[in-house]
Design a protein around this ligand. Structure first.
Ligand SMILES: Cc1cc2nc3c(=O)[nH]c(=O)nc-3n(C[C@H](O)[C@H](O)[C@H](O)COP(=O)(O)OP(=O)(O)OC[C@H]3O[C@@H](n4cnc5c(N)ncnc54)[C@H](O)[C@@H]3O)c2cc1C
Length: 433
């Protein structure tokens, strides 16, 4: 059966991962039906960073042309000590960076990114889009999958992709490993007009102010017309066992109270009436069974510290579509091959930033475990750069990524994967996950 004459694939969830998957399948001539629970497709109104890995795939998906006028091309990634205002390091995203990663570092508004993907989906006859479809259950009937929704409707697909996010119903049925766990970190966000930002010295950069148990991220969006602000704290209340009510605005102010007056002033740029209590899962295999596979946060929730969760979902979409294109009648094998290719890569991305979570310890940890050879060695600016680059490089799209360009299928770095497999085995033996 050729890809074009195959029956359609069901995609549960129309977030960034779901619509990217539909577009990637269409790009390879396959039909799909996206079934979204919400009454409308959409994204929340804040920013998203796109490493060069995501840029290359979005380009392959054909949406970068539409997205580029809205995107901001980051000049530098800068880390600043939030207690002293001292610049710790910066990575230039200029020509050498672009050459190395074969793409720029960009930041976009989530609605612009999701909107560009959705618009592209709307233009493809291979894609059907539905809202108000809340998946309740599914049955894998061997030759097809039948999905049942809360409104009583049923759809049959050649395969089914669960792209239904952090609290995935598809995952609940497939793996059943319970809800994601709170990690004790709370985030506040805000997008404000540019003229309301007092310090304009970093307008072309993505800046992170880091300090003990906190960080503050800032970058421009929408062609540079507005500023995205994100403040995150690691809650002391949560660490002391107060699980019901933690990370409120008063704790935000308390954790930031040792930062410079400039950083404290920036707290005024984030809304206090809403926050995001962050949740996580240990990496765990088993995202595919029969004709059903998970994708994006449903498969591997990724905290924001490397700004790669959505990038990983887009990578998943491209890799999965490639496997299905070549599947013939072997759908189950193609889905297994997809998980095999993606599992260690996504596990690495979700586990690497663990030290970043508490601000300062990010550097200490990197120096001790990655860069520093002698314990007493003082970090120089170049070792700092190497440390940050090693983290960025591991995600930003060097050797480890299976390329979006179908003709350039880069091999996954076997040494890194061997290390990661051993590491994950060690973690589960010591009681993680
Ligand atoms: C503070 C913060 C900052 C972040 N910053 C970045 C960043 O800079 N860069 C980056 O790459 N990533 C970032 N991320 C991560 C990124 O937001 C997520 O990884 C990404 O949005 C996941 O996309 P998804 O499509 O897998 O899931 P989602 O976006 O959660 O989409 C899931 C969709 O499925 C639908 N759904 C749910 N249940 C059902 C059901 N039963 N039936 C049908 N539909 C259903 C939902 O309504 C939703 O539309 C950040 C995350 C946070 C919390």
């Amino acid at each position: 059966m050729s890809a074009k004459t195959r029956p359609e694939i069901l995609i549960i969830g129309g977030g960034i991962g779901g619509v990217a998957a539909a577009l990637a399948l269409a790009r390879r001539g396959m039909r799909s039906r996206v079934l979204e629970k919400a009454p409308e497709f959409g994204e929340i109104g804040y920013g998203i960073q796109q490493g060069p890995n995501a840029y290359r795939m979005l380009d392959w998906l054909g949406v970068m042309k539409e997205l580029e006028p809205q995107a901001v091309f980051t000049k530098n990634l800068i880390l600043i000590d939030a207690l002293t205002d001292r610049e710790l390091t910066r990575i230039s995203c200029g020509e050498p960076f672009r050459r190395h990663f074969r793409a720029p570092y960009t930041v976009v508004h989530r609605r612009d990114l999701h909107g560009a993907l959705l618009e592209a989906c709307r233009k493809r006859e291979e894609i059907a889009l539905h809202t108000s479809k809340d998946l309740v259950s599914f049955a894998d009937r061997g030759k097809s999958v039948v999905a049942t929704f809360a409104d009583g409707s049923e759809y049959e697909g050649w395969a089914m992709i669960g792209a239904d996010g952090l609290r995935s119903r598809v995952r609940e049925i497939l793996i059943g490993d319970g809800p994601p766990q709170p990690v004790g970190h709370v985030t506040y966000r805000g997008v404000i007009p540019l003229d309301q930002v007092r310090d304009q010295s970093h307008f072309d950069d993505m800046v992170i102010w880091i300090g003990p148990n906190l960080h503050f991220v800032q970058y421009r969006l929408r062609g540079g017309t507005v500023m995205n602000n994100v403040a995150t704290v690691v809650s002391g209340k949560f660490a002391r066992g107060e699980r019901q009510d933690y990370g409120g605005p008063e704790e935000l102010a308390e954790v930031f109270s040792r930062t410079t007056p400039d950083v404290q002033e920036m707290l005024g740029y984030v809304g206090k009436d809403k926050n995001w209590v962050l949740h996580d899962r240990e990496p765990r295999p088993g995202w595919t069974r029969g004709k059903v596979a998970l994708l994006g946060d449903a498969a591997h929730p990724t905290l924001q510290y490397l700004a790669q969760g959505a990038c990983m979902a887009i990578e998943d979409a491209v890799v999965l579509s490639g496997k299905l294109e070549k599947a013939g009648s072997e759908v189950d094998a193609a889905l297994r091959a997809y998980e095999q290719e993606r599992y260690l890569r996504t596990a690495r991305v979700s586990l690497i930033p663990a030290p970043l979570r508490s601000g300062y310890s990010f550097f200490l940890s990197l120096f001790r475990h990655t860069i520093q050879t002698k314990p007493a060695q003082k970090p120089t600016n170049s070792t700092r750069k190497m440390a940050v680059a090693s983290v960025l490089g591991s995600t930003a799209g060097s050797g480890a990524w299976a390329c979006a360009d179908a003709k350039r299928n880069e091999a996954i770095d076997p040494a890194r994967n061997l290390f990661m497999a051993g590491f994950l085995k060690g973690r589960s033996a010591s009681g993680h996950g």
